[in-house]
Design a protein around this ligand. Structure first.
Ligand SMILES: Nc1ncnc2c1ncn2[C@@H]1O[C@H](COP(=O)(O)OP(=O)(O)OP(=O)(O)O)[C@@H](O)[C@H]1O
Ligand SMILES: [Mg+2]
Length: 496
């Protein structure tokens, strides 16, 4: 075979190969002449522009686009072709002849073909889907950024270091910068410990460790701004993996105002509690004084009266019977008045409590209660008197009285069991009735002053009153009082 024949065969083979590539390519291919007429297109191009091959070949290329864009695109092509400066690679959004908007990726090149001259080869890909997801991603990133910066709370993102300790800030929002007085650049050079008040570093470390185990923690902390002022914050931290690294997203809410209000409230309630305690003891003292005075003054006068009347009666003659009967009647009146005075003074402040102690006082009160109400009392008391401070004995006794009054007024009970015992360091008094049973609403009602009074009295001395009711079965009032002294908390008289 001559070498000419061999060359011709090679050219033929190349043409066939080129033909296959042209038709098999998944990208659209188009050849334009220098006037912008379509010389050749492949099937992929037909699919891209949604037209048949026979409607394309020989036509001006811009006819595949919507009417308003056609002239501009053709002019721009003609200018490029004449000046030999075609844009080789670009992405563009076009509207097709059928109104469809699509994103295309163009790769252009000029080719010189003998006898035909300069033609433009374009490879065109439809990248609408990719572009749409890129735009959506950008959109959501922008939304996230806006959210990040417009949040009312300071937001910090830190990357945990190798040792999984503090890590470094990799992102902070505008509120964080504003609140702590750092620029973003300054912030990104800081370690988280730099914005924490030194006394709170241990707390921070503790929650950092918990975060590694549980992946979410909420805790309170005090931040320190650049100018050293303190900010109480509630931090909510989440641990997640970002680009293969352990990352922490923390949102810090400023709770300085809440903290101040809480402190003020707790001081106020402590003051009120102390005031209540003071009023309580003044009331007890007053009752004791009045009881003593009534007993001493009135008791003496009544005794003297009784003696005088007896003397007078003895001086009467036998025939003065009428007068003697009258004196006997007055003497009887005096006796019953003495009894009344004793009852009144006992109500004010039972002598028995001061003289014999808590156990006999409870026994006496239960007896009185049974006599007056007819409700049967069963008692279980310690054999020996327990050594308890007067203030505590009085408190337990008054709580006992209020509990019995409630049984009488509200329970419809037939039996009350009273148990007094000491366990370890606690004196425990239980009053159980078999009545209708108190419910939770009645227990927590703010107007239940009797119950509030019982609880407060115990609380003031380090004790507690627990009340539980079972519907139809009864109510239990349990008083727990520590035997050894727990110091009462007093509010220091400071200036705030
Ligand atoms: N042992 C009990 N059994 C059933 N209900 C009770 C008992 N003790 C209290 N309650 C209910 O709880 C409510 C609150 O009791 P609390 O002692 O606080 O107030 P009170 O007895 O109504 O009035 P006071 O302020 O005069 O004591 C009562 O009104 C009653 O409904
Ligand atoms: Mg009551």
């Amino acid at each position: 075979m001559s070498s000419e024949l061999e060359l011709e065969e090679k050219i033929n083979k190349t043409e066939t190969l080129f033909g296959w590539l042209w038709e098999l390519s998944v990208d659209g291919m188009r050849l334009l002449d220098s006037l912008g007429r379509i010389m050749m297109v492949n099937d992929a191009y037909c699919r891209v522009v949604e037209k048949k091959k026979e409607d394309l070949v020989g036509k001006i290329f811009s006819e595949v686009y919507a009417e308003p864009e056609r002239e501009r695109l053709l002019t721009s092509y003609l200018i490029d072709a004449r000046s030999n400066t075609i844009k080789t690679h670009f992405e563009r959004e076009d509207t097709l002849w059928n109104g469809k908007k699509c994103w295309f990726d163009f790769s252009n090149s000029f080719i010189e073909i003998p006898e035909i001259g300069k033609v433009t080869l374009s490879i065109i890909k439809n990248i609408t889907e990719r572009k749409r997801s890129e735009l959506e991603l950008k959109d959501s990133e922008e939304k996230y950024r806006t959210l990040f910066n417009n949040a009312n709370d300071a937001v910090f993102v830190t990357l945990l270091s190798e040792g999984k300790t503090y890590g470094d800030f990799i992102e902070v929002n505008e509120i964080a910068c504003e609140r702590l007085g750092y620029t973003k650049e300054e912030f990104l050079k800081l370690s988280p410990s730099a914005i924490i008040l030194p006394g709170y570093i241990d707390e921070f470390n503790k929650y950092n460790e918990k975060l590694l185990k549980e992946t979410h923690v909420v805790y309170e902390l005090v931040h320190r701004a650049k100018d050293n002022h303190q900010i109480f914050v509630e931090v909510s931290s989440h641990l997640f993996t970002y680009k293969g690294k352990l990352t922490v997203l923390s949102v810090a809410r400023d709770i300085t105002e809440r903290k101040k209000a809480e402190k003020k409230l707790s001081k106020t309630s402590m003051r009120l509690r102390n005031l209540a305690s003071h009023l309580q003891s003044v009331r007890e003292e007053e009752r004791a004084t009045i009881a003593r005075e009534i007993h001493d003054e009135l008791g003496q006068v009544l005794t003297v009266l009784k003696i005088q009347i007896a003397l007078l009666s003895n001086k009467l003659r036998k025939d003065q019977k009428e007068l003697k009967d009258k004196l006997d009647y007055v003497s009887g009146l005096i006796d019953s008045t003495v009894g009344k005075v004793q009852r009144i003074t006992a109500k004010l402040r039972p002598n028995i409590l001061d003289e014999l102690g808590l156990i006999p006082a409870i026994e006496w009160q239960a007896n009185e209660f049974q006599n007056v109400t007819g409700i049967q009392c069963s008692l279980s008391l310690p054999a020996e008197e327990v050594n308890l401070e007067e203030e505590k004995s009085t408190a337990i006794f008054r709580i006992f009285q209020e509990a019995l009054t409630n049984v009488m007024r509200h329970s419809s009970a037939k039996i009350v069991s009273i148990l007094l015992q000491t366990i370890n360091n606690l004196m425990i008094l239980k009053i159980n009735d078999n009545g209708i049973g108190i419910n939770n609403e009645q227990l927590s009602a703010s107007k239940s002053l009797g119950i509030i009074g019982m609880k407060e009295r115990a609380l003031l001395l380090g004790g507690e009153v627990i009340i539980e009711g079972t519907p139809g079965k009864g109510t239990e009032v349990k008083v727990e009082m520590p035997l050894t002294n727990i110091l009462k908390q007093r509010v220091d008289d400071d200036n705030d």
